[in-house]
Design a protein around this ligand. Sequence first.
Ligand code: ADP
Length: 474
Amino acid sequence: MAWRDVPLGRWLRAVGIAAAPLALAFIVLAGLGLLAPGTAALTWFGLTVISATAIHWLLGDLLRTKSQLEKLARGGEIEVQARRTRIGRELTQSLQRLARESGQRTASLVSDHDGLERALDALPGPVLLLNEGHKVVRANRASKNLLGGELEGRDLAAVLRNPDVVAALEAAARSGSGQDVAFTLQAPVRRHFSARIEPLSQHAADGTAIVLALVDMTAVRLADQMRADFVANASHEIRTPLATLSGYIETLSGPARDDAEARRRFLAIMARHAERMTRLVEDLLSLSRIEMNEHTAPTERVELAALLATVVDNLEWRARERPATIERDIEAGLPPLMGDAGDLTQLFQNLVDNAIKYGREGGRVRIRAWRETSGPDESAGEASKDADIMVSIADEGDGIARQHLPRLTERFYRIDTARSRELGGTGLGLAIVKHIASRHRAALTIDSEVGKGSIFTLRFAHIPTESSDGPAGL
Ligand code: ADP
């Protein structure tokens, strides 16, 4: 720092403060005759020059330290500069230590902040941090995915557009305790949420006063709804034949007691209804058993050609009744499938039974099984040994209109309920198929052309086993 960097006024004031008492002392000494006036003036002048220089150095060092401190406070880097005084050098050392420590502290705060930000983003549920005025201070990735990108700075009322959430925020602010509120977002698709509002006892440095965490309850609500619908549907399905049976029992024990012809007819109808109830209960039991096992992969090695032959044998009488012809086209040398023979028999039986039921009278039901390579080397011609196994069941029935296809595997979903009942259907066949397929990691696709027929295809993914390369028929 040059001479001119020390403000003149300040320096002169400091020199004046030091020189004035000195001058007084020399005047007294000269007045008492202890010093000659000339000597006193000269000594005073000399001492004043020395102290003026020392004061200049000290002031310079102090002012430099001050400007470095201000720079540090603004977040800048400090420069190492030479100091004239010892205290100046000590101040520089302290300043450097302060700069080092504050740098380390800032770095650790930044990394803590980054870590928290990343942790907030890693949370699967949407979390919003709000200030006292209910404006979004921070939003994690899940909330941006749900509510749109630019959330910071926006009012929560505009973001969620839900008066219940705003009311709960106000209640939380009033009471200082957490609140839970359920609400529904209508767009882009209807979704149900539960919001947990937690006010902070002390506001965070960034102004966060409230934490709002959202939990998507749509799947839970849907599952509850499905369970309620299922119980209602199952009760309805059982109530109808039960009511019919009670009606006939009353008739037979009352007005038709002595009518042999009516008794014969009514008993046949009652037997049909009892059979339907039995089938329904059997299907319900199968469904619940399959659902329970759905997450344990089957471990049996199933020979598909033999299994499909059994299915055809079991349903031959149904085909004769309809009438319909069952054809089989099974590729030779299919490797065994990892599966559950009982489940797979039921799966194919349900599909072949449907093909007979809903197929054309006198039509053909075609069962095909072959290997198919999925992925880029599909065009390789020869199906390789690690190909998927495909099984399809095709009929020549009326087909299924496109709008029904996505719902066909729902429990009790039927295109024509009266026709399904008349043909002895329970409405559970395809739901059972779907669950068995899912347990076997198989994909079900349904292709149908109205007026021509339907094809139900299953793709069993290739699962490598120690001996799946060996000869078929194990
Ligand atoms: P259901 O016991 O009624 O046959 P499913 O679950 O097996 O119950 O089938 C559900 C509905 O899907 C049936 O009621 C029928 O409307 C339709 N469906 C199933 N398979 C076929 C098919 N091969 N051709 C036409 N419609 C079918």
